[in-house]
Design a protein around this ligand. Structure first.
Ligand SMILES: [Zn+2]
Length: 361
């Protein structure tokens, strides 16, 4: 290769290198530089914020705020620090939080961590709340912060327990702060001393087999008959002695117990009308056949096997403080096989399980 050709090759390599370096520089320079549209720059001029805005840093939030009817000039620097999120009312929500004196960094954390329901609650609070310690608990509810704080002082338990108990309602007396709940179609409705289903009536009740006078909702009835058959194969012979009870029936039963034992005691074993799982058409009480009670070995079989057919033992000895009921090994609550199994394996009360995994939050 002669000298001329050799020099020419070096020149070509040099030109290629220069082109690459120039290309990369331009790419990164453009990327980090002004990308606001001309329209937005016009609005910036009108708002007289061109000098405030650090024009080397593009902020989608600022751009969206400027393009909305809700731009507030005082918040310009905050908009620049807040990560944009694609959603309705984003600018209005940012404005509201800034007006409550949340810092831009805190707002980023709030949007990242809060569920839509909790965010909605926070925006209604009209005060700044320090949520830092709550984020790691998925079941915390913003509108219960005051109750968490108050209960923390007397509960002598972890924040996790405080949140769980307050969510169920246990920081206050049974049958206070009662929430009226709409029964869902999926058999998971939680009814307890803080949650009422009013005078709900199921519309798919069927009798528990031919000649039975007891009723459950159809799917629960099918599951119950399967459970009875399976139990029998293992020498466990159980029969129902109560299942669906209407609001009126529950009223009569409860009142008769109150008359007999007084309200305080009656409340430990009988639900007030509107608060019974029997009214859901998803609970059945069982006896051992030929006995007016549930034999211990039959209760043990149910405890270990009912979940396989979609039922849980709702009221156990260990859970009395949470459910407010005495141990009721005879009371089976239908939840469907998947959830019954999950509740059984969790070793939690259904109240706790529901709060942690099923409620809309
Ligand atoms: Zn019962």
């Amino acid at each position: 290769m002669n000298v001329w050709k050799k020099n020419n090759l070096w020149l070509i390599i040099l030109i290629v290198l220069v082109v690459i370096v120039l290309g990369l520089t331009t790419y990164f320079w453009r990327k980090g530089n002004i990308v606001y549209s001309n329209e937005v720059v016009t609005i910036m001029k009108k708002e007289d914020i061109l000098d405030i805005v650090n024009r080397n840093k593009y902020s989608k939030t600022l751009e969206v705020a400027l393009n909305s009817n809700n731009f507030i000039k005082d918040y310009t620097k905050d908009y620049e620090k807040i990560d944009y999120i694609e959603k309705d009312n984003f600018v209005l929500e940012v404005n509201k939080l800034l007006s409550l004196n949340y810092e831009a960094d805190e707002i980023n954390v709030i949007f990242k961590n809060l569920s839509p329901i909790n965010l909605e609650k926070l925006l209604k609070e009209n005060r700044k709340i320090d949520l830092a310690k709550y984020y790691k608990y998925a079941n915390f509810e913003v509108d219960k912060i005051n109750r968490y704080e108050a209960y923390s002082l007397i509960c002598n338990c972890s924040l996790k327990d405080v949140i769980g108990k307050v969510n169920i309602g246990l920081d206050q007396d049974f049958y206070t702060n009662i929430q009226n709940v709409v029964v869902s179609d999926d058999y998971t409705t939680l009814v307890n001393k803080y949650r009422s289903i009013g005078n709900y009536e199921p519309d798919d009740l069927v009798y528990l087999g031919e000649g039975s006078k007891y009723q459950l909702r159809e799917q629960a009835a099918d599951a119950f008959l399967k459970l009875v058959d399976a139990a029998l194969l293992e020498g466990v012979n159980i029969i129902p002695y109560s299942a669906y009870r209407s609001y009126e029936t529950q009223t009569q039963i409860y009142n008769s117990y109150v008359e007999k034992d007084g309200q305080e005691e009656a409340d430990t074993y009988s639900a007030r009308p509107g608060h019974s799982e029997h009214q859901l058409g998803l609970a059945v009480d069982v006896w051992s056949k030929g006995y007016n009670e549930l034999k211990e070995e039959d209760a043990n079989w149910l405890r270990d096997n009912a979940y396989k057919y979609g039922f849980i033992i709702r009221y156990t000895k260990e859970n009395k403080a949470i459910t407010g009921y005495i141990e009721e090994p005879w009371h089976l609550r239908y939840l469907g096989e998947d959830i019954a199994k999950a509740v059984y394996e969790s070793k939690l009360t259904y109240d706790e399980y529901y709060d942690l995994y099923l409620k809309e939050n």
